[in-house]
Ligand binder design. Structure first.
Ligand code: NAD
Length: 275
């Protein structure tokens, strides 16, 4: 990549690209949709909660000038249903002509996910169906679509977690297993499709300062039990993971594939943390 092409790309890091973001109605997916649109991409905000996807699209329309408006679509999808994911990709191709970026961000953390002995099979299944099967379907139909692109064929970004690397004494066994699976399947896809120039990478966020987390950690004791393990000394923000997704979506990361990028304030690197 020449310096002049890098400078050109800085105008809009995703100029002319088409992206699907599952789970785009909330958190990292929501923030990513906004900055992907800001950088010139057409964005399909896909979520099983259509209202939240629509509110993301409204936000994009408010924030950006007319030319961005016709490049954004809210779409209702349940990623656990293969036919629905297939249709999501078909609709994207029909509306925008191609697919360059697939960001699989939809997820579930079940409130009854617990340790190995106490977790119900139904909880296990819904977690695996959303977090693993949903990612597989997303990759499968994205790869089919990306094969039709010329040149730089595509970037798939999957979402795992620090939980894919660390065991937790406050267990969520199904969630943890699902995130390990996402890391493993993404590596294999990266290798299998590397020669086609379809890149596959995984982002691994640390704990984020979302309303859910703050509700869960509603005492200083609970907060500090976690914060003491994070070298940087605070929880992350969804936008901090979205910024990494933007890099992986763009051609700036053209030689990056098959990797897991931790956005965790040093959590997974730490033995002891600063006083
Ligand atoms: P979130 O919970 O805010 O949003 C997830 C979105 O997925 C929601 O809008 C939800 O409606 C949608 N969704 C759920 N099931 C779906 C289905 N079957 N089909 C389509 N959409 C569905 O998510 P977040 O906290 O921003 O997390 C995004 C990703 O980052 C997830 O994969 C999550 O596991 C990972 N992550 C989050 C944290 C954190 O602290 N929030 C930490 C590590 C990893």
């Amino acid at each position: 990549m020449s310096i002049s092409s890098v400078i050109k790309d800085l105008k809009g890091r995703l100029d002319g690209k088409v992206a699907i973001i599952t789970g785009g109605g909330s958190g990292i997916g929501y923030e990513s949709a906004i900055i992907f649109a800001r950088e010139g991409a057409s964005v399909v905000v896909a979520d099983n909660d259509l209202k939240s996807a629509e509110s993301c699209v409204e936000r994009i329309k408010e924030k950006f000038p007319m030319h961005v408006r016709k490049h954004t679509l809210a779409y209702k999808v349940d990623v656990t249903k293969e036919e629905e994911v297939k249709k999501l990709v078909e609709t994207t191709l029909k509306e925008f002509g191609k697919l360059d970026i697939m960001f699989n961000c939809a997820e579930i953390i079940h409130p009854h996910d617990d340790n190995c002995l106490n977790t119900d099979e139904k909880v296990w299944d819904v977690t695996m169906n959303t977090n693993v099967k949903g990612v597989w379907y997303g990759c499968k139909y994205a790869i089919e679509a990306m094969r039709r692109n010329s040149g730089c064929k595509g970037s798939i970004i999957n979402t795992a977690s620090y939980a894919g690397f660390l065991g937790s004494a406050t267990p969520q066994i199904a969630y943890t297993a699902s995130k390990g699976a996402v890391i493993a399947l993404s590596r294999e896809l990266a290798v299998t499709h590397a020669r086609e120039n379809i890149r596959v990478n995984t982002i691994c966020p640390g704990p984020l300062r979302t309303p859910e987390l703050l509700n869960l950690l509603n005492t200083d004791d609970k907060k500090n039990r976690r914060l003491c393990h994070i070298p940087i000394g605070r929880f992350g923000e969804p936008i901090e993971s979205a910024q990494m997704a933007l890099f992986l979506a763009s051609d700036e990361s053209s030689y990056v594939t098959g990797t897991e990028i931790k956005i965790d304030g040093g959590l997974t690197a730490a033995y002891v943390t600063p006083e």
